[in-house]
Design a protein around this ligand. Structure first.
Ligand SMILES: NC(=O)c1ccc[n+]([C@@H]2O[C@H](COP(=O)([O-])OP(=O)(O)OC[C@H]3O[C@@H](n4cnc5c(N)ncnc54)[C@H](OP(=O)(O)O)[C@@H]3O)[C@@H](O)[C@H]2O)c1
Length: 263
């Protein structure tokens, strides 16, 4: 175990925020291990990072929503002689539509990825992270601060990520390990297409670039911050919306989600 090489393990690194986090970590001198389902995109990113003079990242194509995936990931890292000194749980997806209308399997898959895999990877690698006094970052969302009719399971899954991350950060105080919840608002990635949301983001609200979100996440994680909400608009939303009475907030959120659902 002690001979293992430390890496920053980043899930959902084949695109969007996760790929930009991988670029930032690599640029700052960390060796990274990248996981997602798309082998071709992971290999392309590994080549891009290697071309900057860094060690070629370890990549593993894996569907983390599958029950045995976290075990397979742990075994693959061990066989490669790697240990996660830091963990970035970024892989996640949303589905737009009323829960009663969406397919049940997809909604359960969301829980498997956004909640179960994130929790399992955290608990599984915690002993190694504590031993190395490392850091954990979980990618939550502004959605974690309020209920989201029209995307009910997704918003609830992100509320779990915020709550779990904050509680873990308290439990680990004094251990040398920090836990950060990164809470982006609307960010220009493939997330919206997969969710079935309108992809012309400018029609609805200001969207941030995944690069800016990744830079904010890295900086905040390295400072050991518990919560990072990138962007003034998102800070205002997370600061103010939870104080709005549910009688107003729920119908407003429901109408907004209906309008954002892809036409
Ligand atoms: N974009 C936004 O507006 C926004 C806002 C707030 C929070 N977030 C959160 O940010 C995180 C990153 O999302 P993103 O915006 O960067 O979206 P994205 O571009 O769709 O990236 C999602 C990443 O997760 C991977 N992934 C999806 N399903 C997977 C599975 N079953 N197993 C393993 N990897 C899987 C995807 O790769 P493969 O398809 O290759 O598996 C991809 O690398 C998510 O947790 C999302 O909820 C996004």
């Amino acid at each position: 175990m002690s001979a293992h090489r430390p890496v920053v393990l980043i899930t959902g690194a084949s695109g969007g925020i996760g790929a930009d986090l991988a670029r930032v970590f690599a640029r700052e001198g960390h060796d990274v291990a990248l996981v997602a389902r798309s082998a071709d995109k992971l290999e392309a990113l590994a080549s891009e990072i290697e071309a900057t003079g860094r060690t070629r990242p370890f990549v593993l194509a894996l569907d983390l929503a599958q029950p045995q995936a976290c075990e397979a990931l742990a075994m693959a890292l061990d066989e490669a002689g790697l240990t996660p000194a830091m963990l970035v749980n970024n892989a996640g997806f949303g589905l737009a539509g009323r829960a009663a209308m969406l397919e049940r399997a997809g909604q359960i898959e969301m829980i498997d990825l956004n909640i179960r895999a994130l929790t399992e990877l955290t608990l599984r690698f915690l002993p190694a992270i504590i031993a190395g006094q490392g850091r954990i970052m979980n990618v939550a969302s502004v959605a974690g601060f309020l209920p989201g009719p029209g995307m009910a399971v997704y918003y609830a899954s992100k509320a779990y990520v915020v709550s779990f991350s904050q509680a873990m950060s308290q439990e680990l105080e004094g251990s040398g390990v920090t836990v950060t919840a990164l809470c982006p608002g609307v960010t220009a990635t493939d997330f919206h297409a997969r969710a079935g949301l309108e992809t012309n983001l400018a029609k609805f609200m200001p969207a941030m670039s995944s690069h800016v979100v990744a830079e904010a996440g890295y900086a905040g994680m390295m400072k050991g911050r518990r919560l990072i909400v990138p962007g003034l608009f998102n800070k205002l939303a997370t600061g103010l919306l939870p104080f709005m009475p549910n009688g107003i907030l729920l119908p407003v959120m429901g109408k907004m989600q209906d309008r954002r659902k892809g036409s």
